[in-house]
Design a protein around this ligand. Structure first.
Ligand SMILES: Cc1ncc(C[n+]2csc(CCOP(=O)(O)OP(=O)(O)O)c2C)c(N)n1
Ligand SMILES: [Mg+2]
Length: 801
């Protein structure tokens, strides 16, 4: 296809910009290694080869094809290109570029939270940013189907991905889910350089990908040959050249790219040079021209790429497989070891000369260009992508009442309580309920979301009736899909749940419409999607994660489903506030807090009350249980409410001569209460501490230390105030259905001895009583621990339980 005259004009400028992107990205990395002071003796990576591979495609995308509503996840190692492009667009500072990979400089991998140049989606852990675009597209559809955000045009969610990213399983889980959900407006552009970190990829992979994507309803566009190659194929003998290229193994092609023109000539003449006109085709070209021709793969040809992008006239998902050369335009192009390669100063000087850059003018936007600077600037000023103003959107906060209504059965579990709370919200007509969107990977009913879904329905762009209902077959659950539905049912892939929560949880910034996402899954399977959860937190997506059932308390449900490490994840995961309540009234307080907390975006100041980042907000993890527990009938004064949110309160306040404190979390509460009752006769002033959030309690404690070390001598955290009156000699027995380390630190708060009980091994099924006994978190274990840590007369009831 002949480009239009205006595109031909644009192509000249785009070619200049492409050179500029390649130069700036290469120089940025070089500068970090050879110019800026590097005190650590570490190589400041930067992946010049990996970045160069995408220079052409990214130039075409950002300076031609993207529209303001489009959102992009950039391959982690193409960060230098991204920063260079934003710099050329006037959206990145020279300062940040000069400080690439440095403290507060432009980030190694594009980061929504740490970069200042308008990153749409963070990337770094390969595969996750890619899936994120798919789920962002579903989120956009969800928002629009609910009648929100329609005044803005639909955006395309685009991933630029390395070919080896397709090795990550989460990509395939996402593709399958996308197919189920009717994915649209999603482009994945594969940088098909046929190299990963260590290796050159298998032959013919593109064909596998092509079949796979087509099977799931994607359009697949292979951009293999550049326009020089296409023109050469039309010359006499050209067809033979094309056939040779198609047959050439990846390794050999890469090796020849690295070796250059003379090597190409020798190889081509040896293999096809005796076949008439193709010899002339080769001989007509100098070594340099021949290398240029053979390097002119589709992914390095602006016209071919733009043609492919502009050729899409539908909203179905598209996978572009663009042939590229890793390290294109640089001395190590094609070399299989080039992933971490850095150009030497001498090589950089050669590149500088080729780019016409004078020493000292390396950062100049217009240095070395062949066209007048004002033409380039005028073009940049017209770039459609940059013409829409602020791309990071905002949405108002949705009001959350201080108290959520719920009817509490006298004996119930936190999981059922959660179902009842959502059911109550679903009955109302509040804006709060309207903005909630739930999701679950095939455990909707078994995590108690059923009543909510019955009322609020499942989401799909096309309505779909529940056949069981229309056939009048009795069923507890109505399974009706509609565009107004508020539950997204996923297949059993926890990675997808987290990727979806990450996308839903950024809707305020991406779509300008706030969603309050709640995802449910079984607690042990957090581990299945942990990297995606970490990724969601890293890019500051906001959601509530409800994990149930948990621990060994799920008893007969099966040893393989028991979770041990998750309370430590709750403590360790940045950006995630973890709670594990025992009673439903506590849960109601925590859910109300959580719905508000996930909407906060204030400054990073610590609250002087609990030394937590309560103004900044974050996401929330609720670890719940299926164990029915006798509830306490009580008032919920503001003070108790606050203590529950801060992480702990005295269920039984210790007296001045306290010998033992039992600190418990979650479903083991009956054992803790019983143990305290039974040892009351033999130990003085026993205290019972309900820990609703080991995470927040711990975070407040360490933050108060930091504040004191900065000179704020009066800083006191919540746990320090609670333990303030404890005599030094008392012992602490901590207990939870999870790893004991989650509460063991309590002993360090005031220097008390602590015996941490918890679960360190797993796998046995049985009744709760049998398992608590087996793993040592039952009443007996608590009392035995108390007797050992708080010596005194024998605890008489120890023999009874
Ligand atoms: C989950 C994960 N595992 C490993 C890595 C380390 N790593 C970074 S890039 C890379 C290979 C990338 O190859 P490809 O996607 O083809 O990109 P290219 O460098 O060829 O452009 C690996 C293994 C990572 N970033 N994330
Ligand atoms: Mg690759």
């Amino acid at each position: 296809m002949m480009p239009s005259p205006s595109l031909t004009r644009d192509l000249l400028i785009l070619a200049e910009l492409e050179r500029k992107v390649l130069w700036l990205a290469s120089w940025t990395i070089h500068h970090a290694n050879h110019v800026r002071e590097n005190t650590d003796g570490l190589k400041v990576g930067g992946h010049q080869a990996s970045s160069a591979s995408l220079a052409t495609i990214m130039t075409a995308l950002y300076f031609h094809s993207l529209r303001p509503a489009d959102r992009v996840a950039v391959k982690p190692h193409a960060a230098p290109n991204f920063h260079a492009i934003q710099y050329l667009l006037g959206r990145q500072s020279r300062d940040k570029l000069e400080n690439f990979r440095g403290y507060k400089g432009a980030q190694s991998y594009p980061s929504r939270t740490k970069d200042a140049d308008d990153v749409d989606f963070s990337t770094g852990s390969v595969g996750l940013g890619v899936a994120q675009t798919l789920f962002s597209s579903l989120t956009q559809d969800y928002v629009r189907a609910h009648g929100w955000g329609r005044s803005r045009p639909e955006g395309r969610m685009i991933a630029l991905l390395g070919d080896a990213e397709l090795d990550e399983g989460n990509i395939f889980e996402a593709i399958l889910e996308g197919w189920k959900q009717g994915l649209r407006n999603c482009w994945w552009i594969v940088d098909y350089n046929r190299q990963s970190l260590d290796a050159v990829v298998r032959e013919g992979l593109w064909e596998r990908y092509q079949n796979l994507f087509r099977n799931f309803g994607w359009d697949v566009v292979v951009v293999k040959y550049g326009s020089l190659q296409q023109a050469a194929f039309a010359e006499p003998g050209g067809e033979l050249l094309r056939q040779w290229i198609d047959r050439c193994p990846n390794q050999l092609y890469s090796a020849l790219v690295f070796q250059g023109g003379a090597a190409w000539r020798k190889r081509l003449l040896d293999e096809i040079g005796d076949q008439g006109p193709v010899m002339q085709l080769i001989e007509r070209r100098s070594d340099k021209e021949l290398a240029r021709l053979m390097n002119n793969l589709g992914g390095h040809d602006l016209a071919a790429i733009i043609d492919a992008f502009d050729g899409i006239d539908h909203d179905r998902p598209v996978c572009f497989i663009a042939y590229t050369i890793k390290g294109y335009g640089l001395p190590f192009a094609g070399h299989k070891d080039n992933h971490a390669g850095l150009m030497t100063p001498a090589q950089m000087e050669t590149l500088r000369a080729a780019m016409n850059i004078r020493p000292g003018q390396e950062w100049d936007r217009f240095e070395g260009l062949q066209q007048p600077a004002e033409n380039i600037q005028a073009f940049v000023d017209r770039v459609p992508f940059a013409s829409g103003g602020e791309r990071r959107l905002q949405a108002p906060r949705v009001d959350v009442p201080a108290e959520l209504a719920v009817t509490i059965q006298w004996q119930t579990s936190t999981q059922l309580g959660f179902g009842a709370l959502l059911n109550e919200l679903a009955r109302g007509t509040t804006p709060l309920a309207a903005r909630i969107v739930t999701a679950s990977p095939d455990v909707t009913v078994s995590t108690s979301l059923g009543p909510w879904v019955n009322r609020r329905k499942l989401f799909a762009r096309e309505a779909l009736a529940d056949t069981f209902k229309s056939e009048r077959i009795p069923s507890t659950f109505s399974w009706e899909f509609s565009p107004a539905g508020q539950h997204i049912e996923l297949g059993i892939a926890e990675m997808n749940l987290f990727a979806l929560l990450s996308a839903l949880g950024l809707s305020h910034a991406i779509n300008g419409e706030r969603l309050l996402p709640i995802g449910t899954l079984y607690d042990p399977f957090i581990a299945r999607g942990l990297d995606a959860l970490n990724y969601a937190c890293y890019q500051d997506a906001r959601f509530i994660l409800v994990a149930t059932p948990s621990g060994i308390t799920l008893a007969p449900e099966g040893g393989a489903h028991q979770s041990i490490v998750e309370p430590l994840i709750g403590i360790g995961q940045d950006g995630l506030a973890a709670f594990e309540p025992a009673f439903v009234d506590e849960l109601a307080v925590i859910v109300a807090f959580a719905l508000d907390y996930i909407q906060r975006d204030g400054g990073g100041e610590l609250s002087e009350r609990n030394w937590l980042r309560d103004e900044t907000g974050g996401s929330v993890y609720l670890r719940l249980s299926t164990r029915p527990i006798e509830q306490i009938k009580r008032e919920m004064p503001a003070e108790l409410r606050q203590a529950i949110v801060d992480g702990a309160y005295w269920l039984r306040k210790p007296g001045p001569n306290c010998q033992v404190v039992v600190a418990y979390t979650g479903a083991v509460v009956p054992e803790a209460i019983q143990a305290v009752g039974l040892m009351a006769e033999d130990r003085r002033d026993v205290g019972l501490l309900a820990v609703t959030s080991a995470d927040r309690l711990n975070a407040g404690w360490t933050a108060a230390w930091r504040a004191r070390e900065r000179g704020l001598v009066h800083a006191r955290s919540h746990i320090e105030r609670l333990f303030g009156g404890l005599p030094p000699h008392c012992g602490i027995v901590s207990v939870l259905d999870g790893h004991p380390a989650a509460l063991a630190w309590l002993g360090a708060v005031q220097g008390h001895r602590v015996r941490p009980l918890g679960v360190e091994h797993f796998g046995q099924t049985g009744s709760i009583a049998e398992l608590y006994r087996h793993y040592g978190i039952d009443t007996h274990a608590i009392m035995a621990a108390a007797e050992a840590i708080a010596p005194g007369r024998p605890i008489r009831h120890l023999g009874v339980v």
